[in-house]
Design a protein around this ligand. Structure first.
Ligand SMILES: *[C@@H]1O[C@H](CO)[C@@H](O)[C@H](O)[C@H]1NC(C)=O
Ligand SMILES: *[C@@H]1O[C@H](CO)[C@@H](O)[C@H](O)[C@H]1NC(C)=O
Ligand SMILES: *[C@@H]1O[C@H](CO)[C@@H](O)[C@H](O)[C@H]1NC(C)=O
Ligand SMILES: *[C@@H]1O[C@H](CO)[C@@H](O)[C@H](O)[C@H]1NC(C)=O
Length: 250
């Protein structure tokens, strides 16, 4: 009975997945960087910090640079839309940076936006612009409006409403579109669960070995027991037979 409950415990351990030891957060981020009025404009898409698409002043199109993104976004209309969008952003940012820049020389305007999914299912969106290394504008996801750090940034945001390019659009983008895309991209991430699935499978291999050894020991014990039992029985029967014959002969 005790042997059996030990076996059941090990089987339960094998059947139920082990919980990861700490949380994993996956991130999909889009980033635009413009240095000195568009003389060098770059845009990248990053999955867990790894680049999967790229655009710069010399590339005419948003370009996939991993095999998985080519498969997941296989429709050419996706790439046409991304290219159109990034060109619109670039022209608009150049125009605005021209208005707000305080010094000639090198000015850097960066915009990063995207979303995160924790392994408990919690999602977050974000969108912020950074001017010469300092936070400049951010998107308030509760109100769906831009938050500007100062008057200069305010001037920037007041104008940030032409066509589809407004706070409500971007709130919906980071909150929904981005989260849906991230869900379909996660299987292609190289970011692994902490405590690694490799470690987990090693634990499983050890457990399988323990079960096999335990079963072999049980089978061997049963065989040995049976042999001993049978030998003794034979001896007993034989001795009984001998005794019976002896008493019959007497
Ligand atoms: C533009 O920026 C990228 C990334 O920062 C850099 O690798 C590249 O050399 C720059 N190109 C020019 C023409 O400055
Ligand atoms: C989900 O996980 C994140 C990161 O570990 C944590 O900050 C957050 O509070 C968790 N949310 C819930 C609802 O458990
Ligand atoms: C979108 O943002 C709102 C406000 O922060 C939040 O309550 C909601 O859960 C978000 N939706 C998704 C799908 O993340
Ligand atoms: C806002 O931008 C306009 C247009 O460039 C400019 O005339 C105005 O002075 C700016 N206002 C502030 C407060 O920077």
């Amino acid at each position: 009975m005790e042997d059996r409950s030990a076996v059941i415990k090990v089987l339960l351990f094998l059947t139920f997945p082990l919980r990861p030891s700490s949380a994993v957060t996956h991130t999909l981020e889009y980033s635009y960087t413009m240095v000195t009025l568009g003389s060098n404009f770059t845009s990248v898409g990053l999955l867990d910090g790894e680049e999967f698409m790229y655009y710069d002043s010399n590339t005419a199109n948003m370009t996939p640079n991993t095999e998985w993104i080519k498969k997941v976004e296989s429709d050419s209309s996706y790439w046409e839309k991304e290219t159109g969008s990034v060109k619109f952003q670039r022209d608009w940012l150049i125009d605005k940076l021209n208005q707000i820049k305080v010094t000639e020389g090198v000015n850097t305007l960066q915009r990063v936006y995207g979303c995160e999914i924790d392994d408990n299912g919690t999602t977050r969106g974000y969108d912020k612009s950074i001017y010469n290394g300092k936070d400049f504008i951010s998107l308030d996801l509760n109100t769906g409006t831009w938050t500007a750090v100062d008057e200069r940034a305010k001037n920037f945001t007041e104008d940030w409403n032409p066509a589809y390019n407004n706070a409500a659009f971007w709130k919906n983008f980071v909150n929904r579109t981005c989260v849906e895309r991230l869900k379909s991209y996660i299987p292609h991430s190289t970011k692994k669960e902490p405590g690694g699935s490799d470690e987990q499978s090693d634990e499983r291999k050890t457990a399988v070995t323990v079960v096999v050894v335990l079963l072999l020991v049980l089978v061997a014990a049963a065989v040995v027991g049976f042999v001993i039992y049978k030998t003794k029985l034979c001896a007993f029967l034989r001795s009984g037979y001998v005794a019976a014959r002896q008493s019959a002969e007497q």
